[in-house]
Ligand binder design. Sequence first.
Ligand code: 5RP
Length: 269
Amino acid sequence: MPDGRLSSRAGILPRNSVYAFRSTRYVALDERGMTMADLEALKRVAAARALELVKPGMRLGLGTGSTAKHFVELLGERVAGGLAVVCVPTSEQTHALALTVGIPLSTLDETPELDLTVDGADELDHQLRLIKGGGAALLREKIVAAASARMIVIADETKLVDTLGRFPLPIEVAPFGMTSTIVAVKRALAASGCHGSVTVRRDKAGAVLVTDGGHHILDAALARIADPAALSQALAAVPGVMEHGLFLGLATGAILATGSGLKLIGQID
Ligand code: 5RP
């Protein structure tokens, strides 16, 4: 975990960053005072705990993102050791990783009901309401979660909030008529008491991002979502909105890795 903060030295390190000295080099700390390595270690601990829930013969949903990646890698090791499971990935990215580590894959058409989905989240509150879609996979993630008897969220502790909305809400929309859809989305936000900017997500090359399903993503920076249920309903009613990143009533438990151990929310075992 973080071992303190050191100011950068002008001319050697960027002025506005915080750094810590780790054995032989300076490493960047984020706003919570954690290094990337700290966060990755926490994610892997949460993933390892979720792996304990996996039993032979299970039908699993595999999430998307950097935390879910740890779970897929660890599951691959168990499969290599003889564990028999069948898995449905929530994105092309996870599909490719799962193939690489030798996990047997299926589809929801072949395996329409799943026992357990393990996935990350961009944000969750104490009632297990989630914001997802930071990795642009929310549509498949929601379909897979809804097809699962249990959905366990794995995350580091920084994802837990008292009120959803710090993370901009991803909204997946059809390319057709997107400008009209944006107008309608803004109306739905306002009618639900939410205010903030709506931007079209772009990829690293600057092009409008295209999801696995051929749609685009709007990111609504709302800061605070006072009534997630009202917002969910209002967005779902907008033609052109394929799905939105509020996952309400889907997660059955959460495993959060903290600097001082695991924090469990909801039903885990
Ligand atoms: C992808 C997601 C991810 O679960 C979410 O973005 C969390 O990702 P990470 O574990 O990398 O923080 O919703 O669409």
